[in-house]
Design a protein around this ligand. Structure first.
Ligand code: ADP
Ligand code: MG
Length: 262
């Protein structure tokens, strides 16, 4: 990462504390699907360099929250600002802002008919107008960083799920996003591949990447999260540091939920 928004790793290799500067700010965000109120007055701020883990039962609005942050899903009311700029509803300005928000999905979503290398160079060439040679060089560095450089010429289907998800992370990083959103990035993986993806994410956290991570992986949350938010029924019910949240959840909803997944 050469982006100035990224904090250096501290000398002892600890995950740096975030700078405290607001990067993604949601104020009073509401979203309905028909009669269903899926995001209810959401107020949340993600600070530069912060890792925010989002947990909560299925259907609580976690994916919708992520999708709202990069406007894959329009909101009904409230505001979302990224680095001080309000997310526009559409047009070129939206495309530009959206490039600042990387997203990694549960199902990898790689382009099946393009090579691993092409998957990573496509965005920088098309959206950022990067020279192909430059995009390729950077893509190879990123693939190396996530440990799959030797797979560059293959097609996604030739890789394991864990490798594909690491390519998806490299592809998101290639756009030099200000924030990376992960929506249950390990839940479609075979158990033996979960750690290789989580380790990659812990590495990013250590480098100071700002991340919003929907996951129930408590090992990851304990290692990398600055903050956990617990959602239920479209609301943020509880917000705490991971240790406090997992050992001493305050709300009945969180206690009940943790009782089921632990
Ligand atoms: P989570 O990610 O926490 O499981 P979601 O954000 O996917 O929750 O969904 C929240 C609620 O919104 C659920 O009740 C879900 O069925 C509903 N929902 C999500 N997407 C749509 C959609 N495109 N159309 C209608 N309802 C949706
Ligand atoms: Mg979801």
């Amino acid at each position: 990462m050469t982006d100035s928004s990224v904090n250096p790793i501290t000398p002892d290799g600890e995950i740096p504390a975030h700078s405290g500067e607001p990067l993604v700010v949601l104020e009073n965000v509401n979203k309905h699907f028909g009669a269903l109120h899926v995001l209810k007055d959401i107020d949340v701020t993600v600070h530069r360099g912060e890792v925010m883990v989002v947990i909560g039962p299925s259907g609580s609005g976690k994916s919708t929250l992520c999708r709202a942050i990069n406007r894959l899903e329009p909101i009904d009311s409230g505001s979302i600002t990224l680095d001080g700029v309000a997310l526009p509803d559409e047009g070129k300005a939206l495309a530009r802002l959206r490039a600042d928000v990387g997203m990694v999905f549960q199902s990898f979503n790689l382009f099946a008919h393009k090579t691993i290398l092409e998957n990573v160079t496509l965005g920088p060439i098309k959206v950022k107008r990067m020279k192909p040679a430059t995009a390729k060089k950077r893509a190879m560095e990123l693939l190396d960083r996530v440990g799959v450089a030797n797979q560059a010429e293959k097609l996604p289907a030739q890789l394991s799920g864990g490798q594909q998800q690491r390519v998806a992370i490299a592809r998101a990083l290639a756009m030099e996003p200000k924030v990376l959103l992960f929506d249950e990035p390990t839940s479609a993986l075979d158990p033996e591949m979960v750690n290789e993806v989580l380790d990659t994410m812990v590495g990013l956290a250590k480098e100071g990447m700002t991340m919003v991570v929907v996951t129930h992986e408590m090992g990851f949350a304990r290692k990398a999260a600055d903050r956990v938010i617990f959602m239920a029924d479209g609301q943020i019910v509880e917000e705490a540091d991971p240790e406090t949240f997992f050992t001493n959840p305050q709300s009945h909803r969180a206690q009940d939920f943790l009782g089921k997944i632990l």
